[in-house]
Ligand binder design. Structure first.
Ligand SMILES: Nc1nc(=O)c2c([nH]1)NC[C@@H]1CN(c3ccc(C(=O)N[C@@H](CCC(=O)O)C(=O)O)cc3)C=[N+]21
Ligand SMILES: [Mg+2]
Length: 360
């Protein structure tokens, strides 16, 4: 018992030192909520493990009295964020005479990629970010893509570079992403940004947009992350892995589920927070979920729907109709994570321009 107490005291001391170090760190870009990369503990933290509750998320505790879950409206939150960004950019232009710029590199003719890129460029225009685009044919050589990256790296009116993924098979994705300047890596996919995200005591220049969007959805919904059991389904470099790292920074106990996981249902059943990012429609059934849990559905898979305008519609990883009867809050697809991903891309681009201009 003595040993446990001493250990707790030691931890507490260490944490308060870290807290101070982080509070004195003034490098937070203003469009990033200070809590996004949280690594230190809040002042009211106590080292009693029983505070790690596995009961319902307080904000949504009244879910039992409801038949259906609260909807986490990503479209609305993204709209709020975008209007905040628009006024930040106006303030920046008034003070410096300059605006942020985003460069998008699109290789090939995938319909979905073309749509995403078009949406991103439209979102830029609406908030006052200048956008540049390099469109390359499916059959282009690696050198052509690398040349596009390098010329954007050198262009001082470009503050963010996004290489739309997936790239055609014959191109070396790793090599191309590594060529993106660390200071312009608004996707946060550069290995140094990823490494800094993973390591305690370090701050990445950029956090990947979809994971950042997932955390913002939770924070803005008033969901407490600290001490909660979180399950991330999927371990991709662009979503699953960085999301699990961000949840750990917020002091969740994180389990990552993937193709080789045994008893995925049972593990997910214990989770207070479930983030699913695999792109398999209706993988997560209602019985996988704990009553009162909060669900962030990252999946956006097209499924055939003869009744709809384009012959298909987008579906998440979670069986929504079943989940709403069990959980306390859930993001819809579309209208959940997708719009937040784009809003976070705009945030990252503004943060980057602020750093480049020395403007805050
Ligand atoms: N370098 C790179 N960075 C990315 O961030 C990136 C990428 N490559 N490749 C593809 C994925 C996918 N992605 C989405 C962005 C917005 C929506 C989105 O806004 N979805 C809307 C619906 C859009 C529609 O209706 O078509 C929604 O969910 O409500 C979806 C998906 C970003 N990605
Ligand atoms: Mg994934």
């Amino acid at each position: 018992m003595q040993g446990v107490m001493a250990w707790r005291l030691m931890r507490r001391k260490a944490f308060s030192t870290i807290s101070k170090a982080f509070k004195s760190f003034s490098g937070y870009p203003t469009t990033r909520s200070p809590s996004l990369l949280e690594l230190d503990l809040p002042d009211n933290w106590t080292p009693n493990p029983t505070t790690a509750t596995t009961t319902a998320i307080p904000h949504f505790q009244n879910h039992a009295s409801r038949q259906t879950a609260a909807l986490i409206d990503g479209r609305l939150m993204a709209e709020e964020i975008r209007s905040g960004i628009a006024s930040e950019i106006k303030r920046m232009r008034d003070a410096t005479g300059k605006v942020p710029g985003l460069a998008v590199i699109l290789v090939g003719n995938r319909k979905d990629s073309q749509t995403y890129v078009r949406n991103k460029i439209k979102a830029c225009e609406e908030v006052g970010i200048t956008s540049l685009m390099a469109e390359l044919p499916d059959k282009c050589g690696e050198d052509e893509v690398l040349d596009a990256v390098l010329s954007f790296n050198e262009n001082p009116s470009v503050h963010g570079i996004l290489v739309q993924l997936p790239l055609p098979q014959h191109l070396d994705e790793e090599k191309i992403l590594n060529a993106v300047s660390l200071e312009k890596d608004v996707d946060g996919f550069h290995p140094i940004n990823m490494g800094n995200l993973a390591m305690r005591g370090r701050e990445p220049l950029f956090v990947p947009c979809t994971p950042r969007g997932c955390i913002e959805l939770l924070l803005r919904s008033g969901v407490q992350i600290m001490g909660k059991k979180a399950v991330v389904i999927g371990r991709s470099n662009i979503v699953g892995l960085p999301t699990s790292l961000l949840l750990q920074r917020h002091h969740a106990t994180v389990t990552v589920i993937h193709a080789f996981t045994k008893n995925a249902e049972q593990i997910t059943q214990e989770a207070d927070i479930v983030v699913s990012a695999v792109g398999v429609p209706n993988l997560v059934r209602g019985f996988w979920l704990k009553p009162g849990a909060v669900v962030i559905d990252v999946g956006t898979s097209p499924v055939e729907d003869p009744g709809s305008e384009y012959g298909y519609r987008l579906t998440g990883d979670v069986c929504y109709e079943e989940a709403v009867k069990v959980v306390s809050a859930i993001t819809p697809v579309p209208g959940g994570v997708g719009p937040m991903t784009i809003a976070m891309l705009l945030c990252n681009t503004v943060d980057s321009a602020k750093r480049a201009f020395g403007f805050s």
